[in-house]
Design a protein around this ligand. Structure first.
Ligand SMILES: *Cc1c(COP(=O)(O)O)cnc(C)c1O
Length: 500
């Protein structure tokens, strides 16, 4: 069996898992995939007896096979032992008839912690394995969640620096406070006078500026990104699908071998793709339910086979899913096409030149048999938050509520009674304003002074505790006060790194 990685767009571009983690993106613009992933199998009976940490060691050992066992063990322990507020890492909650896989128990209260606690350790381990002595400079533009999770992941990690840019007036009060109070000797944070697009464009310009890259090279530094297309972010997400199955077995909700469904609030398609990977590794999955907000490109694609990004991006109350080009979908196309690199390259070329593509019928049929898609707009999402709270007492965040809503649609459309696990991607306290308004109404919310007051009121009225990392936020010292115009971003990077 061949466990090398290759580009989705060319089987000529081959590399090891550890080098794929360092590079992020393949040089032809494709994504790195393990060609024979579908021949790898996990022993589900064995693995579902393990703790989260032991399970992660086994699964990541299969997905990233050139990391020696003891190196992977250390990475996994550093990432998960004592860093989440429960040893379970991703506990399962039952609310009414719903099964909820809580992915928000990490240091920043969003599901991105599961991957971003692991990625930095995979990066440093890979540099040691491949005898790469350069300093890795992580450069990230964020609309809120990713930046903070990346900062916490890379904080004080040897051989790395991390610089995060965020739109100064474009993130929530809590998100901004999370970033500007960031500790760590290698973390740098800068607000930008502009919106998220300005910020992201600024970062892309720096990445593609050869003069800047050469300056870094001369200092033995190298840029990298913490983007979700990195296989080092994808692989850790496969673990919690197995963990959910283990919990359902333990709790007597299913018998061994029973199939289950997963419903996933989806943006860049990384989280739900990890579910498809779990299935390839042998986890008994019936349907993967893809839940979108008003930006329902994936809904249209899964229903019709036509992917069309030519539309306006809607700003929603579930901002981490506001996306028009779901990058990780490319990996699904690769496997569903039967690893046809040329076909994937052609589809991606169409997406960038004409803004849309249509997949062949045989691929559409496969996707249709494995996935179901639905979407919920802001009003429906708010209604779900309120009704779910009133009927079960469970407070869900805006992203999770999109999935809860879509599961209801799925059940009434199909009559399927298979147990369905809903992935919960953020603590409701990261989006307190929307959640509070959904449950207690606009007028009540308007009386509260600021977002921190809303958090306290939400806690008082629902009894759900505010997670520790968000609780102390209001009184933490602000360590990062810099705000720049977008034209000054490159200079800020060079200054920060001490390069002239
Ligand atoms: C990033 C994010 C998502 C979307 O996950 P993808 O892997 O990009 O599909 C959903 N919910 C929250 C809270 C997120 O931060």
């Amino acid at each position: 069996m061949n466990t090398l990685y290759e580009s989705t767009r060319s089987s000529q571009i081959k590399t090891t898992a550890s080098k794929a983690v360092l590079k992020g993106l393949a040089p032809d613009g494709g994504l790195f995939v393990m060609r024979d992933l579908d021949e790898c199998k996990v022993d589900v009976a064995e693995i579902t007896k393990l703790s989260y940490v032991e399970m992660a060691k086994k699964i990541l050992g299969i997905l990233l096979p050139d990391y020696p066992e003891e190196v992977m063990s250390k990475c996994v322990e550093d990432a998960y032992v004592s860093r989440f507020d429960t040893d379970e890492v991703t506990p399962v909650a039952y609310a009414g008839d719903s099964i909820i896989l809580e992915l928000f128990h990490g240091p920043t209260c969003a599901f991105k912690d599961v991957a971003l606690q692991m990625l930095p350790r995979l990066v440093t381990a890979s540099k040691k394995l491949n005898d790469d002595k350069s300093r890795t400079v992580i450069l990230t533009a964020t609309s809120g969640d990713t930046g903070k999770a990346a900062l916490e992941g890379f904080k004080d990690v040897e051989g790395t620096s991390i610089i995060v840019f965020f739109p100064n007036d474009g993130v929530s009060v809590a998100q901004k406070a999370q970033m500007t109070t960031q500790e760590g000797n290698n973390t740098y944070v800068c607000g930008i006078n502009g919106d998220f697009d300005d910020t992201q464009t600024g970062v892309k310009i720096i990445f593609s500026d050869n003069a800047i890259s050469n300056k870094l090279l001369a200092e033995n530094m190298d840029f990298s990104s913490a983007n979700s297309i990195n296989v080092g972010r994808l692989a850790p997400q496969v673990v919690y699908y197995f963990y959910a199955y283990k919990k359902l077995l333990e709790d007597g909700k299913i018998n061994f071998g029973d199939k289950i469904n997963f419903a996933v609030p989806t943006g860049n398609f990384g989280d739900i793709l990890a579910g498809r990977y779990a299935k390839m590794l042998g986890l008994p999955i019936n349907k993967l339910i893809c839940a979108s907000n008003e930006n329902n490109v994936l809904f249209d694609f899964i229903r019709t086979g036509n992917y069309n990004r030519k539309r306006e991006l809607a700003k929603t109350i579930s901002p981490s899913m506001d996306i028009l080009v779901s990058s990780n979908l490319e990996r699904l196309l690769y496997y569903v096409s039967g690893k046809d690199n040329a076909l994937v390259a052609d589809l991606m070329n169409k997406l960038s030149t004409v803004g849309e593509y249509t997949i062949p019928e045989f691929m559409r049929e496969t996707i249709d048999s494995e996935f179901w898609a639905g979407y919920a707009d802001g009003e429906a999402t708010m209604q779900t938050i309120r009704e779910f709270y009133e009927s079960t007492g469970y407070v869900s965040d805006t992203h999770t509520a999109v999935a809860l809503n879509v599961v209801d649609q799925y059940k009434s459309a199909t009559g399927d009674a298979t147990p369905t696990v809903v992935l919960s991607t953020a603590s409701p306290y990261k989006f307190s304003n929307s959640v509070y308004t959904a449950i207690f109404g606009k007028e009540e919310a308007a009386e509260l002074e600021d977002e921190f007051a809303v958090m306290d009121a939400l806690c008082e009225k629902t009894g759900v505790p505010v997670p520790t990392p968000l609780k102390g936020l209001k009184n933490k010292p602000v360590l990062h006060k810099t705000v720049k115009n977008k034209e000054q971003m490159a200079d800020f990077v060079l200054e920060t790194l001490g390069i002239n």
